[in-house]
Design a protein around this ligand. Structure first.
Ligand code: ZN
Ligand code: ZN
Ligand code: ZN
Length: 154
């Protein structure tokens, strides 16, 4: 599963997420291939900018924000997030189901398997579709993190 480059007319796979903060404007985020990343950083020289490598399994990101990447957990089928601070730190279990989740643990996967399971991104469409289909809530049609799961709120 890959994220396409958003450079003009580009059909390459994006490798990086560039977060660009123009003065007095909201942050902009772009997924870019190496060539377009270089062109973009050269064109916007001087503006605060951060580049985060795209993690395998990322299929989306927050368009306005800090560079948070979005994937689907291959255990629970829910949306999971890679926050840039954790991505930078290179944590071994970097995916979280919400901003306030400190553990990265996949409770649905743990219930199913009976062992400690952490959220891990599905890296193929087949993996993602299987995980979404196996979930017992609405996440297949309407992807959401476990923290917002309507089936798990009591
Ligand atoms: Zn490109
Ligand atoms: Zn999970
Ligand atoms: Zn759910």
């Amino acid at each position: 599963m890959t994220t396409g480059c958003e450079g003009p007319l580009c059909r390459q796979t994006a490798n990086d997420l560039v977060v660009y903060r123009p003065e007095r404007a909201v942050a902009q985020v772009r997924a870019l291939c190496p060539a377009h990343r270089d062109a973009f950083t050269a064109r916007n020289q001087g503006a605060p900018m951060q580049v985060f490598p795209l993690a395998e399994g990322t299929h989306n990101y927050f368009a306005h924000g800090d560079g948070t990447q979005i994937a689907t957990c291959r255990h629970c089928g829910h949306a999971i997030y890679l926050y840039p601070k954790r991505a930078l730190r290179g944590a071994r279990e970097p995916w979280r189901d919400g901003e306030y989740d400190e553990t990265g643990r996949c409770t649905v996967g743990e219930e199913r398997q009976g062992i400690r399971v952490v959220h891990e991104p599905a890296v193929t469409l087949a993996e993602r579709d299987w995980a979404r289909a196996a979930s017992t809530c609405t996440t297949a049609a309407d992807p959401h993190p476990i923290a917002d799961c309507p089936a798990r709120r009591s």
